[in-house]
Structures are given as structure tokens and as C-alpha cells.
Write a protein of this length. Structure first.
Length: 325
């Protein structure tokens, strides 16, 4: 069997699920996380505890931007595959704390690239990009494709993610790194991020607090259930591109859902109506996201299975159990 897989951001939402799927199929996984306080570290600790139940899992607590430590880790553990998911997330937070994005996203991605290109016999880097790189696109009834321009980001978060893609293109050419950048579209589900709308809405509705509906409720998102996302990540990891190629792929559901419809599904799952307060769009937000997933489907057979009407109730069930502990 190949050596261990490094999953950065392993105590994060997507990172935990990807690491667990790899462990379940018999892989050895080294998880890396800094456990920052962007949201409650107790949730991150609970995710890490879940992974620690697997014999093949080990955890390294460090900042992904610590380049020397990361290079030593890859060389010392003979790691030839990396799933790089560690990043400072959130569009709105980038307005308040921009330098967190400089370190986690830019310096962090560069540290990963340097570690990979120096690691003996390195095979494949899969890293998280974002649908936000497409900017604020008008709705035209068609999905965003990987060939569409991604030159006008409307948030610093989006700009850092596009910058990571460009750094990867350069490292592919310079050092022959095989890489796959995955542009994630609005991931949701159990163990999710508390800063996401569906999560915060759940907490507020149950607490009889009003929810703020930005964009006057006219926004739409390509909500993608976590299990479907993991299918795509693992499928891409198992199929590296040619040496030196930085392959960009959308990973989404390809069925955009309006924000008001999402709230309706959530209200039904909770058995409670929401007290909605309508607000204009916030700086950095985009009107809609819509993934064309044909390239990922052709490569891996990727086919999202869980619609929002099934996925949100699953999240609500998890939320009630997790918060009743």
C-alpha cells in the first residue's frame, strides 16, 4: 500500500469527512490542524476525537504556514499524497481580519507547494479552491465552467483562492508537480461550520431568534451535501493528472437552490417557522453559484446523490444530537 495521506485542516468540516473516508478504506492518514478560534474550537476537538478512534490516524498540531515543519513532516513520514484543505474560510470575516487570509491561505498554500516539491517521489496534491473565484455572475441558466474567466473576485477570500490556483500553475510548470484544484460549491451537512447560513439559521430558529436574510432573499446557492463532496475529493485524489499538470475542477451539486427555498426546507425539518429580517446584500457576497460538474463526472463518475430536501434534515438530526450531549 502507498504511504500515508496528509490531510491538512483535518479537524475542519470537509477535512474530517475526507480523512474518515480514507481511514475507512484502510489508508493511513496524518491529519494536520492548528485549531484556531475562527469558530468554537470545541467542535474541531470533537471532530478530531472522532478521527482518533481509528488506528490509522495520527494528528499533528501546527500551522500549515510553518514551512519548515511541513517539509520535515512530508519527508519524515514518506508522504506522497496530500489533500490540502486548511484555510481561513469565510467571505465576511475577510473584511474584518484580512491578514488571517494572507497567512493561512497564501503563505499556507505556498508552504504546502514547497513541501510537496521537495518530498521524495511525490505523486499528487489535491487542494481546495472555491466557487467564489468566479465572482458575482448574472444568472444565465447555465453552470459555471472551469474555462470561464476568474479574474474579478469580489472578496479578499476569493482573491486568495484564485491566487492559490495561480501559484499551483507555476509550481506545476517549474517542478513537475501533479495537482488538482477543486472549486467547492457551498458544502453543507453534519459536523458543518457554524458560520454557514444553514447552521446559524438552525441555531437561531431553535432559540426563537430572528434570522437575517441577506440579498432580500433573492440569492441562490449550489448547496452540495458533504458525502457527495467526499466522493468527488477521493475520486480526484485517486486519479492524478499528468506530471506538471495543475487540473482545475468544479465540485458541486449542479442544482442551485434559492435562499428562500433553503429556509423553507429548514423550517420543515425543524418544525418551526423562522422570524425573517430581510437585509440587502453584504459586501463580498455573490448573487448565485451554479457548478458545471461535467469534467469531474467524466473523470471520476461523480454524481451527487443527496438533494437539499434530504440533506438538510440529516444535518438537523445531527445538530440536535450533537447539542444534546
Amino acid at each position: 500500500m502507498a504511504g500515508p495521506v496528509l490531510v491538512t485542516g483535518a479537524a475542519g468540516f470537509v477535512g474530517m469527512h475526507v480523512a474518515e473516508r480514507l481511514l475507512q478504506r484502510g489508508e493511513e492518514v496524518v491529519g494536520l490542524d492548528v485549531f484556531n478560534a475562527y469558530y468554537d474550537p470545541a467542535l474541531k476537538a470533537a471532530r478530531a476525537e472522532r478521527l482518533a478512534a481509528y488506528a490509522g490516524f495520527s494528528l499533528v498540531r501546527t500551522d500549515v504556514a510553518e514551512a519548515d515543519a511541513l517539509a520535515e513532516l512530508l519527508a519524515g513520514r514518506r508522504i506522497t499524497r496530500v489533500v490540502h484543505l486548511a484555510a481561513q474560510a469565510g467571505v465576511r470575516y475577510s473584511l474584518e481580519n484580512p491578514f488571517a487570509y494572507e497567512r493561512s491561505n497564501l503563505a499556507g498554500h505556498l508552504a504546502v507547494l514547497e513541501a510537496c516539491r521537495r518530498a521524495p517521489d511525490f505523486a499528487h496534491l489535491v487542494y481546495a479552491s472555491s466557487s467564489s473565484v468566479y465572482g458575482d455572475r448574472p444568472g444565465a441558466g447555465e453552470g459555471f465552467t472551469e474555462d470561464d474567466a476568474a479574474a474579478e473576485p469580489v472578496s479578499l477570500y476569493a482573491a486568495t483562492k484564485r491566487s492559490c490556483e495561480l501559484m499551483s500553475f507555476a509550481y506545476g510548470r517549474l517542478y513537475g508537480l501533479s495537482q488538482t484544484g477543486l472549486r467547492f460549491f457551498t458544502v453543507y451537512g453534519p459536523w458543518g461550520r457554524p458560520d454557514m447560513a444553514y447552521y446559524s439559521f438552525t441555531r437561531k430558529i431553535l432559540a426563537d431568534e430572528p434570522i437575517e436574510v441577506f440579498g432580500e432573499g433573492r440569492m441562490a446557492r449550489d448547496f452540495t451535501y458533504i458525502d457527495d463532496i467526499v466522493d468527488g475529493v477521493i475520486g480526484a485524489l485517486d486519479r492524478p493528472p499528468q506530471v506538471g499538470v495543475n487540473r482545475i475542477l468544479n465540485i458541486g451539486d449542479s442544482r442551485p437552490v434559492g435562499l428562500m427555498r433553503m429556509i423553507e426546507v429548514l423550517e420543515k425539518a425543524l418544525g418551526k417557522p423562522a422570524n425573517k429580517v430581510f437585509k440587502p446584500m453584504q459586501p463580498g457576497d455573490v448573487t448565485q453559484t451554479y457548478a458545471d460538474i461535467s469534467r469531474l463526472a467524466a473523470l471520476t463518475g461523480y454524481a451527487p446523490k443527496v438533494a437539499l430536501e434530504e440533506g438538510l434534515p440529516r444535518f438537523v438530526d445531527w445538530y440536535r444530537r450533537f447539542n444534546a450531549r
